[in-house]
Design a protein around this ligand. Structure first.
Ligand code: PLP
Length: 632
């Protein structure tokens, strides 16, 4: 566990148990001994053969832990609750979850349900998000819960947000641009519904990390001082200043320090007080997202991979900064809202995939069948070869490298001219590798192939070089013998993982099992925010199978309460406007029609409801049922 710093980034949810497996404490530190969930057992249950009592799901597998989500929601509310009580702050905390972080139906429903006792609400940034947040809050939200409407808004979006108010939802339309006010006024007149309006302020406080691009004077979003004053004047002229009740800002995700946070919140609180002075009916300050995650377990502000504070320190800094400014200005303490996404959902899921093969370790011996080829090299190449060997015998590392490069370059030129064959190139490459290893040059990491698409499942890793902890989920009592990098299944050279937390360019891994039925599984942790919705279909790899795993009293302490296979080939083809049923028919016409060939074709497409082929066969091949209860 120390090798991978599991206690650093994983606490209080992930740890290595006595069997050497990664296990989950679903209720954090409040998890009772014996209630921990062993990830290897979850994989055995989800991916095991149906005949053996497994669910037969294909990997990669996304395992969701609703108990972890509950714990995150409760911890966030407890932290703000404590900060409010301990400082005598006169307002309260009422947060929202920005669904953009993970719009999965069950994640959103769980957060609303677990947050209902705290009046916890949702934030939407688009029309589809508004529709899903409205229906979820109507069905299971607390009547107090805020529904914050951010993002680009047209008349339809604004009308929907206004209609939501007639359903008893506490909708606030946050103006991201000055022009949106005209749309709000127009929609409100047409529907005869009075809006509650917020404003997003463009702060001067800027966060320097990757996620700070949204902040500062040049940031893309929000209103500057002149625009804020203009909105106030317009609302006043329309006798609607009482509608302006909320001030919002967002410094950026992964705010590195509480010093920067306090700076931004302080600046925003000044604007809040100014709006109150100008006559707006201010009630809520919405501090946006930014509550960070410690991806590498270093608890430092040096990189985007970590932050130098705890959730409790974040809450204390926000409450103190708002309280201080309002007290100085004699303004009543507002309700404090935050839009913490990353901090709520990152821990709740683990992506598990399998390393199914690895490049063979390089041999230290020259293959005798190819060694004679070196004698067939041209004179100048043979002279490089002799110089290379002489330097190697002398132990002269630098000249060795020079002669090896020269030899390879010369051979490559002669290959292009047709003088040397492929076998000669291979023999020379092999020789140079053996010499380099003999000279103590690093052998380089071994390449492990994983059944995953980086583009689909770890998009931030590819796009913005975000790192997530990746570690084997079993055999952690065994010292890993190999340094490896991970190669995904796509035929794209970017489809790899060769940077790991802790500044490593390889990952300590075990030799793959050579026999037995158990595979070698790796887990990617802390990826519950943003990754699922951002992932694309590069090479048409679909998403993972998903299971929802709750803590239970069964023998293994868990129950799989929902299971969904990943998309079939037919599903992903359909997403690109292909028609798998038609494709199948076309291909079937060309088969020898012995039944077995068509069945193999149908299996390759996966589940197709309209398949004209034997329906029984098709349903048998579609894998596990799309949802269902099963307990362990
Ligand atoms: N609110 C707004 C306006 C955002 O743009 C974002 C994301 O960047 C969030 C909230 C969520 O931020 P975080 O995931 O850092 O909590």
């Amino acid at each position: 566990s120390a090798l991978y710093n599991v206690d650093g980034w994983g606490a209080p949810y992930f740890f290595v148990n006595d069997d050497g497996d990664v296990a989950v404490r679903p209720h954090g530190a409040a998890t009772l001994p014996g209630q921990e969930i062993d990830l290897a057992k979850v994989v055995a249950r989800a991916a095991g053969a149906r005949a053996g009592g497994g669910l037969g799901l294909a990997l990669p597998l996304l395992v969701r832990f609703p108990d972890v989500l509950r714990h995150r929601v409760e911890t966030l509310n407890a932290a703000f609750g404590y900060a409010v009580r301990s400082t005598g702050y006169a307002g309260r905390y009422q947060g929202v979850y920005p669904v953009k972080c993970n719009q999965d139906r069950y994640v959103v429903e769980d957060i609303v349900e677990f947050g209902a006792p705290f009046g916890f609400g949702l934030e939407a940034g688009s029309k589809p998000e508004l529709l899903l947040t409205m229906s979820c809050l109507v069905a299971r939200g607390s009547p107090d819960a805020l529904l914050i409407c951010n993002g680009y808004k047209d008349l339809e979006y604004v009308s929907l947000a206004l209609i939501a108010r007639t359903m008893g939802l506490n909708t606030v339309i946050v103006l991201e641009q000055e022009e949106e006010l005209d749309i709000v006024v127009e929609a409100s007149r047409r529907l005869n519904i009075r809006p509650v309006v917020g404003m997003r302020a463009k702060l001067r406080t800027k966060h320097a990390g990757h996620f700070g691009a949204t902040s500062g004077e040049k940031g893309k979003f929000g209103l500057n001082a002149a625009q804020i004053l203009s909105v106030v004047a317009k609302l006043k002229a329309l006798a609607m200043l009482d509608c302006l009740q909320l001030l919002h800002f967002h410094i950026g995700s992964q705010i590195p320090t509480t010093a920067l946070l306090a700076d931004g919140v302080g600046e925003a609180a000044q604007i809040y007080c100014e709006l109150a002075r100008l006559g707006a009916a201010m009630r809520v300050i919405d501090v946006g997202g930014g509550l960070g995650i410690d991806y590498d377990g270093t608890h430092s502000a040096q990189t985007d991979m970590s932050v130098a504070y705890s959730l409790e320190e974040y809450a204390a800094a926000v409450v103190a900064a708002v309280g201080r400014v309002c007290d100085r200005k004699g303004v009543q303490h507002p309700v404090i809202c935050s839009e913490s996404g990353r901090a709520l959902v990152s821990h709740h899921s683990v992506l598990i995939f399998e390393a199914f093969s690895a490049t063979a370790p390089a041999s230290n011996m020259m293959d005798p069948a190819t060694a004679y080829l070196l004698d067939e090299l041209t004179d100048d190449c043979r002279s490089d070869y002799r110089n290379l060997m002489a330097s190697a015998v002398r132990g002269d590392f630098d000249t060795c490298g020079l002669y090896a490069d020269q030899l390879k370059r010369r051979c490559a030129e002669q290959f292009k001219e047709g003088v040397l064959g492929l076998e000669h190139l291979a023999a020379v490459d092999g020789l140079c590798e053996i010499v380099a290893r003999g000279m103590g040059a690093a052998e380089g990491p071994r390449r492990y192939h994983i059944n995953l698409s980086v583009f689909t499942s770890l998009p931030d890793m590819w796009a913005i070089e975000q790192l997530f902890p990746i570690i084997p989920i079993q055999r952690l009592q065994e010292r890993p013998a190999v340094d490896g990098v991970l190669s995904d299944l796509t035929c794209d050279s970017d489809g790899k993982v060769d940077q790991f937390i802790g500044g490593r360019s390889s990952l300590p891994l075990h030799e793959l099992p050579t026999h037995g039925t158990r595979g070698y599984y790796l887990g990617m942790f802390l990826g519950g925010a943003y990754q699922e919705a951002l992932g694309g279909l590069h090479n048409l790899f679909g998403g993972p199978s998903v299971v929802r795993v709750s803590q239970s009293d069964g023998p293994h302490c868990f129950a799989v309460t929902r299971a969904a296979p990943g998309p079939s080939c037919a599903d992903v083809l359909r997403a690109m406007q292909h028609e798998p049923e038609v494709m199948f028919e076309v291909l079937k016409q060309r088969t020898a029609d012995d039944g077995a060939t068509a069945a193999a074709l149908a299996r390759a497409f996966g589940s197709m409801p309209y398949l004209s082929f034997d329906a029984e066969e098709a349903s048998a091949m579609s894998g596990a049922e799309s949802s269902g209860m099963s307990s362990d």
